[in-house]
Design a protein around this ligand. Structure first.
Ligand code: ATP
Length: 740
């Protein structure tokens, strides 16, 4: 059992704390313009001094201070830093901490993985420590993060570094069911790490939620938080916060928009961009490549890449959630030999967290994700490769995506797949000081996965709608992107792309049709992408992904051309091939092989020819088929109408004839009866019998009419029997009726 601390020891601790706070406060005072003393030997800052740049002469005055230990911060923070293995400051920490500790607002920009998190966590702890915050004082600091995973990661850093402080801290992110529990405790928290949506929910719904004592507001990934996606929520949050506070904005791609800064009512903020003078906007230890891949081969390329890097930790980015889901599920069924995972915004929070932390721990794994994984996440520094299957929306997104690797002092590699129509992206990246090398891939060395995907869609039909949605969302993402220089949906080989996912037919893309109707006729365009420009000077003719990879993995089996024929993308070797080769001359075989590779048609796809015998591209084919179908149905309808008319007419004639015949018969019989009457004289019984016979005849006749469906078999042909027989029959019938 732990002994309770003696009163004198507690008093002693409190005294040393008070002394420390006094010392820190005096240091803060010393940093104000025109102050006299300088207890920590740091020269006082003059108001508006541009001290942010690491290479600037003014900043060099701080060059002596490189360790956290040398900073005027509390012993509790120092101990927390030491125990978390943070000893030496990074550039952004050295630049930002002196200003932040002095109480200034900061706009901090530094490369990805350069330690921005500590640059704002340390000042938060220090501010609340100096203000002697405790549970009863309520919310003293809010840290806003754009994603739940990032909020969680920041919360963990806070817990680690602030372990010796007595502050209460809470993580408020969506997806947790226990909002009510949060509501009970949120007012007791000194530091809140949250996503904007959840914080606003508490501001709106939690009774007595009070932020009036807020000291420090932090916007991590500030440009994203101030983006249109969060605009409403962030404006609403800011409107409820006190104006007198310290505000920090940090990002690798910092906003300089005056509007944004005005929204936050910053006071003379220090703009600290420590890597502005650097030659590159991305970490120097990051090796960046781009490869030009036609849309039809993107998945082949990804599959080959994964197979060639089975011992790596790979992060794979797609443009949409549906693509992530489809590729993850399909590849999982194909068993590449490495654990696969997926992460996107619509997953359940518990699952999201579990996947994220598993991926952090694993040494070899592939995580397919959307841009929900692109910002801030640290993944334990150990991601080997970042693969961008779809071109990022903009330069910022590129920087953040590749920034998931090569963090702090580690190395990393990234590769981006670009469509031939997206090459302009390379120029834009280079303009922004992003050193990227272009590689060209020999497609014949890439393992084809399309055939396997086609078979998979047949075996698991539940995958089919997922593949269709993957196509739809990808095309939509291209269509929606504002940068039409790079993202031109008209240059997208939609059919080839959907075929590459194993789909036998391109899904309906109504939104695209609307665009076509508006004037851009995509149907007439060839659906095969333009050939690669082999004279491009930027491109190095090497195999993907270069020397680090086992190129052997990409090689398809070398087989003699004369024994190989390609039928619907499937190689048939030796015996079976020779049978086909007997029929098809060798030169034709080679031509066919080439055609099949370029068009990349999945197994079982029909080739449709027009009247002149030319094969039609799939979209035109659909249009052509529709025309033909329409014509066919129109003729069929007319033919059926005519036949129907004729049938009705015939039926009417038949019935009319029948009725006339019956009338004639009845007339004839009456005449006979009248003759008989005249011969025998009538008595009552006779006439009754005759009436009965007439009735029975009528009865039989009407029966015969109704039972026509049975082919007339049940009817009695009265013409075939004599009058006497008829009478006898009628009598018999009458008697049987009477019995009933
Ligand atoms: N002073 C330091 N000493 C050692 N490691 C550090 C130091 N500062 C940060 N790190 C480590 O560097 C990595 C990146 O830090 P952090 O996540 O803060 O980077 P960042 O600049 O916020 O990146 P991003 O722009 O991607 O959000 C983390 O693993 C962190 O633990």
């Amino acid at each position: 059992m732990r002994k309770p601390k003696s009163k004198s020891l507690r008093n002693q601790n409190r005294l040393s704390e008070v002394n420390e706070i006094q010392l820190l406060n005096s240091w803060i005072e010393s940093q104000k313009p025109d102050s006299g003393s300088n207890p920590l030997a740091l020269p006082p800052l003059r108001s508006g001094e541009p001290v942010g740049r690491i290479d600037g002469s003014l900043f060099s005055r701080y060059s002596g201070v490189t360790m956290f230990d040398q900073l005027p911060i509390s012993q509790k923070t120092k101990d927390g830093l030491k125990e978390s293995k943070y000893i030496k400051m990074t550039d952004i920490q050295r630049a930002a901490l002196p200003h932040a500790l002095c109480g200034r607002d900061i706009l901090g920009a530094a490369k990805t993985g350069s330690g921005k998190t500590l640059a704002f966590i340390i000042p938060v702890l220090e501010k609340l420590y100096r203000e002697r915050y405790n549970r009863e004082d309520g919310v003293g600091s809010i840290i806003l993060s754009p994603t739940r995973e990032l909020a969680n990661q920041t919360f963990e850093v806070l817990r680690s570094v602030g372990r010796h402080h007595n502050f209460s801290a809470g993580l408020l992110i969506g997806g947790h069911k226990d909002v009510d529990m949060e509501k009970e405790h949120v007012n007791d928290m000194n530091i809140l790490v949250c996503t904007p949506g959840r914080l606003l929910q508490h501001m709106d719904q939690t009774v007595n939620f009070d932020c009036s004592q807020l000291q420090v507001l932090i916007l991590d990934e500030a440009d994203r938080i101030l983006d249109v996606g969060f605009k409403k929520a962030v404006n609403a949050i800011i409107s409820q916060l006190p104006k007198k506070r310290q505000t920090f904005l940090f990002s690798a791609t910092q906003t300089k928009s005056v509007q944004d800064l005005a929204r936050l009512s910053l006071k003379d903020p220090e703009y600290l961009s420590v890597h502005e003078e650097s030659d590159t906007a991305t970490p120097t230890s990051l090796n960046q490549r781009a490869i030009i891949v036609p849309a039809e081969h993107k998945l082949d390329m990804l599959w080959s890449f994964i197979k060639a890097n089975l011992n790596s930790k790979i992060l794979v980015f797609f443009a949409s959630r549906k693509q992530v889901t489809f590729v993850f599920e399909a590849f999982k069924k194909l068993r590449p030999g490495i654990p696969l995972k997926c992460l996107h915004g619509k997953m359940k929070q518990i699952k999201r967290m579990a996947i994220y932390s598993h991926f952090c721990e694993e040494k070899r794994s592939v995580l397919f994700c959307t841009d929900v994984g692109s910002r801030g996440l640290d993944f334990n520094k150990a991601v080997n490769w970042v693969v961008q299957v779809d071109c990022p929306d903009d330069i910022k997104t590129y920087i953040h995506r590749v920034g998931r690797t090569a963090r702090y002092d580690s190395c990393g590699k990234s590769v981006m797949f670009l469509l031939p129509s997206e090459k302009t992206m390379l120029d834009k990246l280079r303009e922004e000081k992003i050193p990227i090398k272009t590689y060209k891939v020999k497609l014949d060395r890439v393992q084809q996965v399309t055939g396997l995907l086609s078979a998979l869609l047949v075996k698991y039909p539940e995958l089919l709608p997922k593949a269709q949605r993957a196509v739809t969302t990808y095309v939509r993402s291209i269509l929606k992107n504002r940068d039409k220089e790079i993202f031109d949906v008209m240059k997208l080989p939609v059919d080839g792309f959907s075929a590459s996912l194993g789909l036998p037919l391109t899904p309906k893309l109504r939104f695209l049709n609307q665009k076509i109707k508006k004037g851009n006729n995509i149907v007439g365009k060839p659906s095969v992408v333009e050939p690669e420009d082999s004279t491009d000077e930027d491109e190095d003719e090497v195999d993907l992904p270069g020397e680090e990879l086992d190129i052997g993995e990409f090689k398809t089996k070398e087989v003699d051309d004369t024994n190989v024929v390609l039928v619907d993308n499937t190689k048939i070797e030796d015996g079976s091939a020779s049978k086909i080769a007997d029929v098809v001359p060798p030169t034709r075989v080679l031509k066919k092989k080439k055609l099949k590779i370029n068009v990349h048609r999945p197994v079982g796809t029909r080739v449709v020819f027009d009247e002149e015998g030319n094969s039609l591209p799939p979209l035109a084919r659909v249009a052509h088929m529709n025309e033909k179908k329409k014509e066919f149905y129109k003729n069929l309808r007319e033919e059926m109408k005519l036949a129907d008319k004729e049938d009705k007419l015939l039926e009417r004639q038949r019935l009319q004839e029948k009725r006339t015949k019956e009338k004639m018969k009845r007339k004839g019989r009456l005449e006979d009866e009248e003759e008989d009457d005249g011969e025998d004289g009538s008595d009552e019984e006779e006439s009754r019998k005759k009436k009965g016979a007439k009735r029975s005849k009528k009865y039989f006749d009407s029966e015969s009419d109704d039972g026509e469906d049975n082919g007339g078999k049940a009817s009695i042909n009265t013409d075939a029997i004599s009058l006497q027989e008829q009478e006898a029959l009628a009598l018999k019938l009458l008697s049987s009726m009477n019995k009933i």
